[in-house]
Design a protein around this ligand. Structure first.
Ligand code: SF4
Length: 477
């Protein structure tokens, strides 16, 4: 039986997807896409897929599971061609089924199209109504339906997919970093706010790569060229790389949680290293929320750089105290009830000598629902900690995300229901400190007005009134 994967992250939001694309004349690209998806596996563990083209025929292989589970040598050999896209998915819309695995693909006359999407549209209801489609199960399906119809309308136009995209993209609202292809072209797109990252790299003498994160470029031996800009569409083909601006106004608003948690620490966002930014978050956290303690311990793995920064600034020694069972978070086997009772111990185990009799600063990157953090604190207490001072390298997560995270129900958000003091009491910690929004934005080293922080501030960069029925518009406590 295939069930929802056990969440990799302990208490934070979960990411929607990762996308990858490559155009490398004269080369077989399926293995490069496979390894590119490997580098992006942290962005989605539910399904994986690859589409390739040899210039004539477009082939797609996709399934539920991790990259290593979905593809074998025979699959990669069958994925012939010098051009292709790949996708890893964590579902935030639609159910977990093979049909929802991406790349999504369509045949329209002689044109084959494949599409991989990271993000969430916020006008799906309107789009479905416009298209007269009631049953589309994902926003990515809707996009492909709109694109396919446009291609069909313009069959006599040899620019096919490229021209259709220029026509339909302005009708999409919300978050979408896309890789798309037909038999001869690779296309990369970022929405006018650039909520989700997408980078362009160079491979070999004449090849190009698109990837959600620069670490995926590194892994396949590509050189980072630049980020695809908010509102930009690049078309890569035998004619080279061309850039279009299909949207009107653009306003870069990269998701600040890419810096806090989602992106790999070895990736670059806005030209800044994510690991260095997370360390700086820890330094500023120590400045804003100092405490007398004996040891600083991270919640692995994304809490590690912030804990290092906190220790450096506070001069309190840093120590590892929680060992992560790296592979359990990536299983599709549902734990039995007996194992489920083990709770967080399936994922983390304490090192008692780090905690026994000590005053501990525990550093995590975020608290979303809070139930696992509560278990974690109890576990650290049981391991002998005398005091637990929880420090969080982001502000309270109070508002739902409509741009590709799985937190669209505000009632699930701990900080939407409780004050910081109430959260501290609920988690049973001796003190609790969150990094301020201003300090978080400054830590990135990027322009502070270039970020979406709606889940922290309630200030949405786009109209989200159509985005979900669960949105509650009352003020944060
Ligand atoms: Fe990221 Fe939060 Fe904005 Fe969603 S609402 S895109 S999680 S910053």
């Amino acid at each position: 039986m295939v069930s929802d994967p056990v969440p990799v992250h302990l208490s934070g939001p979960r990411e929607a997807c990762g996308v990858f694309g490559i155009y490398a004349p004269g080369q077989a690209v399926s293995k490069a896409i496979y390894f590119g998806l490997f580098a992006l596996q942290h962005r989605g563990q539910e399904s994986a897929g690859i589409a390739t083209s040899d210039g004539q025929t477009l082939t797609v292989v996709k399934d539920l599971g991790l990259v290593a589970q979905v593809f074998d040598e025979a699959d990669l050999a069958a994925l012939d061609g010098h051009l292709g896209i790949g996708h890893v998915r964590y579902s935030t819309t639609g159910s977990s089924s093979w049909h929802n695995a991406q790349p999504a693909h369509r045949q329209v006359g002689t044109t084959s199209v494949a599409l991989g999407h990271n993000g969430n549209l916020t006008n799906t209801a309107l789009l479905a109504e416009r298209l007269g489609v009631g049953t589309a199960s994902t926003d990515s399906d809707l996009m492909l339906e709109a694109i396919a119809r446009q291609i069909d309308d313009e069959r006599s136009d040899s620019r096919g997919l490229e021209h259709a995209l220029l026509k339909v993209l302005p009708g999409f609202e919300g978050a979408f970093s896309l890789v798309a292809m037909d038999q001869g072209r690779l296309i990369g797109i970022r929405d006018p706010h650039g909520f989700r990252p997408l980078s362009l790299g160079r491979i070999g003498d004449s090849g190009w790569v698109l990837a959600s994160e620069t670490s995926a470029l590194d892994l396949v031996g590509a050189t980072f060229v630049r980020d695809i800009e908010a509102g930009e569409m690049v078309v890569i083909s035998a004619a080279g790389v061309r850039s279009h601006r299909p949207f009107g106004e653009t306003n870069p608003q990269l998701c600040v949680f890419e810096f806090v948690y989602f992106a790999r620490p070895d990736s670059q966002l806005y030209g800044r290293n994510v690991f260095a930014a997370r360390q700086q978050m820890g330094r500023l956290l120590a400045t804003e929320h100092p405490v007398s303690a004996d040891v600083v311990v991270p919640v692995p793995e994304s809490g590690i750089p912030a804990a290092q920064g906190y220790a450096e600034m506070s001069l309190i020694p840093y120590a590892d105290g929680l060992v992560k069972n790296r592979y359990v978070g990536r299983t599709f086997i549902e734990p039995s009830q007996m194992l489920r009772d083990q709770g967080i111990k399936l994922k983390l185990n304490p090192i008692p000598t780090t905690f026994a009799g000590r005053r501990v600063v525990l550093v995590d990157d975020s608290i979303v629902r809070g139930s696992t953090t509560r278990q974690l604190v109890a576990m650290v207490r049981a391991a002998g900690a005398r005091e637990i001072h929880l420090r969080v390298s982001s502000p309270p997560y109070r508002w739902p995300c409509f741009y590709g995270m799985d937190t669209s129900d505000r009632s699930q958000l701990l900080a939407a229901r409780m004050s910081v003091e109430e959260i501290a009491a609920y988690l049973e910690v001796d003190s609790l400190g969150y990094l301020s929004l201003n300090a978080l934005l400054k830590s990135t080293g990027a322009p502070i007005d270039g970020f979406c922080s709606a889940c922290l501030s309630g200030d949405y960069p786009t109209d989200v009134s159509q985005a979900g029925t669960k949105l509650l518009l009352e003020p944060a406590p």
